[in-house]
Design a protein around this ligand. Structure first.
Ligand code: NAD
Ligand code: MG
Length: 392
């Protein structure tokens, strides 16, 4: 069945907003919505700098509002939307306002801690939030969970591993869960020796073997910091203890993650590595909607393999695990330093293995107090960015 053949929805169309609509997750989300126009009304779309794509998406999807984060591009956006009746806005406050617009479903697909405030604004409205932006949960997990409890919002994980766990985690039997296993592809440098890793360029690091993604998360996959961030993300999303989450390298990226129960059963979700599947799961929830992802053919793949992660060549895994164990502001520092280091690597200012070094030195130098308020998060995040920038 194709998306166009979907039965007509019996309920009113869903009002949807995409925060970060021009990115890898954002464009995939927009494409799923465009395939089934009767089922959705698009409220707001946001982007950082790409006016041309944002305006094209807003026109195609008939959005009410388009917001560009870069204030200097307001005129350009206004012009691109002239005569359409689509409202244009710009700047950081407008990004947060976009998340406050009435929507039943919001995709949080901004990259980095920059997405925290808009995502929180969407959570505070109490609707459904599809969460791709894992950095929010890493830098302010406890506060976000508290806001979700307060507003009654439903957070649906879009990250493929967490989406997989969400699909097989029996929330009514959470005491019967022994552990959850996050699978990791191992990234492009999985088999490379340490010496060669020192010379890896941004082009080599973003060339992921299985997934097509934005630059930042692609570098995170190469350092395996992505799996470290996902470890912390999983801790906030699911009712398990820190030591009940393990990481397993699975180079084919077919098993997206697993949940082990006390009776010895292990439940997993499988599929081809294509983000349209977890996005469609979140978009349709609690129903399932079709997605045009390639179908899994295990006979053709033939062999699924597994190996333990190597935290010597991928120190980010150890740093993330330590940050989760220490708690407080440690994950916030880890995330902020990593964002600065990855940007420095992409700009050619530091080498590939310096990314983890910058994160480690920042974690060692900064105190990690408990985080009570959002202001505490911003303060720690800014201090970590300053320190990391000094090292880069
Ligand atoms: P991307 O770089 O392709 O897109 C990021 C989007 O956020 C763009 O629309 C951009 O305009 C916007 N943006 C960036 N900086 C911003 C800022 N400072 N203020 C406002 N908007 C800003 O990234 P992506 O790969 O789509 O990833 C988005 C998020 O989803 C990340 O947190 C990533 O870890 C997570 N994620 C992505 C994938 C994937 O397959 N791409 C998979 C799992 C999780
Ligand atoms: Mg993932």
């Amino acid at each position: 069945m194709t998306l166009r053949q979907m039965p007509k929805p019996e309920t009113a169309p869903k009002r949807v907003t995409i925060l970060g609509s021009t990115g890898s997750i954002g464009t995939n989300t927009a494409a799923l919505i465009a395939e089934n126009p009767e089922a959705y009304v698009v409220e707001a779309l946001t982007a950082k700098t790409n006016v041309a794509l944002l305006a094209r998406q807003a026109r195609e999807l008939g959005a009410q509002l388009a917001v560009i984060g870069d204030s200097d591009r307001y005129g350009e956006l206004k012009e691109a939307l002239a005569g359409t009746g689509i409202e244009a806005a710009a700047g950081p406050a407008a990004l947060i306002d976009a998340a406050k617009e009435p929507a039943d479903w919001v995709m949080a697909a901004i990259v980095g801690a920059a997405g925290l405030e808009p995502t929180l604004a969407a959570i505070r409205r109490g609707g459904i939030v599809g969460l791709a932006n894992k950095e929010c949960l890493v830098c302010a997990g406890d506060l976000m969970v508290a806001e979700i409890r307060k507003s009654g919002a439903t957070l649906l994980p879009v990250d493929s591993e967490h989406n997989a766990i969400f699909q097989v985690f029996d929330m009514k039997q959470s005491v019967a869960v022994e552990k959850i296993t996050l699978t990791a592809s191992g990234g492009p440098f999985r088999e490379m020796d340490y010496e060669s890793m020192t010379k890896m360029t941004p082009e080599q690091a973003v060339a992921h073997p299985n997934w097509s993604m934005g630059a930042k998360i692609s570098v995170d996959s190469a350092t395996m910091m992505n799996k470290g961030l996902e470890l912390i993300e999983a801790f906030h999303l699911f009712p398990v203890e820190k030591d009940q989450i393990e990481i397993l390298v699975h180079p084919q990226s077919v098993i997206h993650s697993m949940v082990s129960y006390v009776d010895g059963s292990v439940l997993a979700q499988l599929g081809m590595p294509d983000m349209r599947t977890p996005i469609a799961y979140a978009l349709g929830w609690p129903e399932r909607i079709p997605a045009p992802s390639p179908r899994l053919d295990l006979g053709k793949i033939g062999k699924l393999t597994f190996e333990a992660p190597d935290s010597k060549r991928f120190p980010a895994l150890r740093l993330a695990r330590q940050s989760l164990q220490s708690g407080g502001a440690a994950p916030t520092i880890l995330n902020a330093a990593n964002e600065v280091a990855v940007a420095g690597f992409l700009d050619g200012r530091i080498g590939f293995l310096d990314i983890a070094r910058v994160v480690e030195e920042t974690l060692e130098r900064l105190a990690a107090p408990a985080l009570r308020t959002l202001e505490d998060v911003f303060e720690v995040d800014a201090a970590a960015r300053r320190h990391a920038a000094g090292l880069v």
